[in-house]
Design a protein around this ligand. Structure first.
Ligand code: NAD
Length: 368
């Protein structure tokens, strides 16, 4: 049983994002039952970050691998105890339908491949965890949601920060009124992209630049920290198109989000500086996180004084990834909707499309 009362989160009724970020449902677990994950894409995230996390999970285990590199897949399978018969490639991927060990497919591929592998996984009768950003367009997101619905399968997006203790603590304190009435949210997210050949810099594979990859953390946090959905965006892009890294995608993009309560979200993303910061300003104080959404080492302060960082209450899992992986397993076991289902990924992509449009047309774009 996950005890969400332990986190005593005060949830403002209404907004889906508020529920998503703060309201992990209490779900029963069958003792000893672990659902099997197939990891698709043995790259930096799938292999380097996700696979080592199964040891921290209570309800999830690694059972299969999908890779275009057979030698690498065999090596990883041997290291993690995955049987050879559960190694697949991109061509024979659909035969996962005949493998009853696989309950969930985790798509850790370049963004342009998310839709195809989500849709194929659902058609093979598997639930899906898909990495962020959900897809290169809202039309693809809609197709992914429809495919999972048609197959009667769950779809969750890998928004790990919804399971990260510092973010949950910041939400809890903001909702509890510790900084008074929220006036503005600010977040900068970026890193220095050094490899000019990275798929992240190729529009056909990534769908866009820093906003799609790292700025989405600022956008998603603006929504889960405020508990509101933006009603309009205004954006400005600054990219040196002579820089060989940025021939196809943007480097810096600033975007302002208008929320119904009057709160302003002021965000910036970039591929040319290392920054990871979240600030919530209320009329009575501030919540500051720097870094705010990293894998580890996040820090949180309430008020001006940065000498006494806050230690958050424990999150739902031993790590943010264990919380994330087990959440989908428990949703499958208990037939519940994930707190960050496909619709949540779609909302971000719709806003991202509006941000790009605003930057292009240099005007405020109202959101439906
Ligand atoms: P990566 O480049 O390290 O790995 C990508 C994997 O896809 C590799 O195994 C590669 O061989 C495979 N691949 C298959 N076809 C490919 C093609 N045509 N071009 C390039 N690679 C191809 O990337 P990554 O950092 O592991 O990112 C994978 C996904 O995970 C992305 O959606 C990314 O946004 C997401 N991600 C999420 C987080 C997070 O914190 N949630 C962090 C990093 C990455």
């Amino acid at each position: 049983m996950i005890d969400t009362n332990r986190r005593s989160l005060a949830i403002a009724a209404g907004s889906a994002i508020t529920m998503a970020a703060a309201g992990l449902p209490v779900m029963a677990a069958t003792p000893g039952r672990k659902l099997g994950y197939a990891i698709v894409g043995l790259g930096g995230y799938g292999l380097g970050v996700i696979i080592p996390q199964f040891k921290n999970c209570q309800h999830s285990k690694l059972v299969a691998l999908v890779s275009g590199d057979p030698a690498k897949a065999r090596r990883v399978a041997a290291e993690y105890g995955v049987p050879e018969r559960s190694i697949y490639n991109y061509q024979n991927f659909d035969s996962i339908k005949d493998n009853p060990d696989i309950d969930i497919v985790y798509v850790c591929l370049p963004v342009s491949m998310h839709a195809e592998y989500t849709i194929r996984a659902a058609a093979a009768g598997k639930h899906v965890m898909c990495e962020k950003p959900m897809a290169v367009s809202s039309a693809e997101c809609e197709a992914m949601i429809a495919a999972c619905k048609k197959a009667g399968k769950k779809l969750m997006i890998g928004y790990r920060c919804h399971f990260e203790p510092y973010n949950l603590e910041a939400i809890r304190r903001a909702r509890a009124g510790e900084i008074g009435k929220l006036r503005y949210f600010r977040s900068e997210h970026g890193f220095t992209m050094n490899n000019p050949n990275a798929w992240r810099l190729k529009k056909a594979l990534s769908g866009g630049g820093s906003l799609m990859d790292i700025g989405i953390y600022a956008l998603n946090a603006a929504r889960y920290m405020t508990g509101e959905e933006p009603i309009a965006v205004y954006a400005k892009e600054t990219t040196d198109r002579n820089d060989p890294r940025f021939r196809e995608v943007e480097d810096m993009i600033e975007f302002q989000l208008e929320f119904p309560s009057g709160v302003i979200g002021s965000c910036m993303s970039m591929y040319s500086a290392n920054q990871n910061h979240i600030l919530l300003m209320g009329d009575k104080g501030r919540i500051d996180m720097e870094p705010g959404t990293r894998y580890d080492g996040n820090k949180l302060w309430v008020g001006q004084d940065r000498s006494t960082p806050i230690t958050p209450q424990p999150g739902p899992g031993a790590t943010q990834w264990a919380g994330q992986l087990d959440h989908l397993s428990l949703c499958v076991i208990n037939n519940r909707e994930p707190i960050v289902a496909g619709e949540e990924g779609l909302r971000d992509i719709r806003i991202i499309e509006a941000i790009y449009r605003s930057a292009r047309e240099q005007k405020r774009i109202a959101l439906g």
